[in-house]
Write a protein that binds this ligand. Sequence first.
Ligand code: ADP
Ligand code: MG
Length: 399
Amino acid sequence: MATRPASRQRKAARSSPQQQQQQPQPQPQSGSPTSTTTTTTSSSRLTPELSLDGPASPLFAGLDEDPAPKENVTVTVRFRPLSPREIRQGEEVAWYADGDTVVRSEQHTSIAYAYDRVFAPTTTTRHVYDVAAQHVISGAMEGINGTIFAYGVTSSGKTHTMHGDQRSPGIIPLAVKDAFSIIQETPNREFLLRVSYLEIYNEVVNDLLNPAGQNLRIREDPQGTFVEGMKEEVVLSPAHALSLIAAGEEHRHVGSTNFNILSSRSHTIFTLTIESSPCGESNEGEAVTLSQLNLIDLAGSESSKAETTGVRRKEGSYINKSLLTLGTVISKLTDGKATHIPFRDSKLTRLLQSSLSGQGRVSLICTVTPASSNSEETHNTLKFAHRAKRIEVQASQNK
Ligand code: ADP
Ligand code: MG
């Protein structure tokens, strides 16, 4: 989606070449009156003086001895532990992590794939966040668009990774807290944060913040693509943002007889739009820095070949097509030299086009189970991740 400043009373300024050099990739866009339902008042601007709930998160010192990958596109794999049920059923470990390589332990094969990072089953979401997400969030706060995807089959750990729970908060709550902490630590700028929450089901875009916002159109104007009529809410605290997500999740129940089936068959896109400008009256008219942070829990990537009902087959073919397009788009972004990137081939990539193109940071986190019964699906996920970013396996690891 194209980013648009909410503050219509202030003319969206285009930064001068000098300013562009000083600022990390600002992406100012002029306002589009039809694109959002946002209302913004100056009192909703966030400055460091506003008290935020909870202490500022420690900025990860000492948690990760290796530096986080800093390239534009990072591809990581996260193993979950065998579940109690899988253990009861006597499942064996078919795939395991060996450093940043994934190895198949069955059939005496020597298949091994390497990634920017592989997280073993014991790794906490906090650590995954520090390595695979934090640089995307900090970049977004500085004006660099960022997108994080959780990709994998149903029950591999996508929602655990993105949303988590009270005991183990996921990337979305950690990112929201971090964003507000960064605001507190940046006294020379004032920020405005807005959130939107969309679902794509069968290539139909629904607004999870507004039950009336069904089947929204993706439109284009000179600033890029945007979702017509999408609701955005200004948020003033992490708790406020998270309460909107909780309300959005409630809306997903509408019209669904089986929430689990629906949730595994739709993509959800939580977007934080960050607008910032230097503090103080004298800076009136200076460039507004705008960026978007998209946090995406993808539909289950399981193959739909075995599906017998027409509805399930149709869902499966939409999911396959959008995930295939996503894989192609990410691999072309990784390549960096591709001339044609097929953003238009799915709703998901189309509405993310503005965020993904250019210097936007992308983190693809692929979740897998080690369980032998899911071995082929795990293999498919690993191949998808490998196609998105080819990393050569070190000879010493490929035994
Ligand atoms: P998905 O969203 O991919 O369908 P979930 O995130 O719902 O999968 O995970 C399925 C189950 O496995 C849940 O009960 C979840 O709590 C558990 N789980 C997933 N990943 C992990 C993990 N890394 N550590 C512990 N439990 C996990
Ligand atoms: Mg899920």
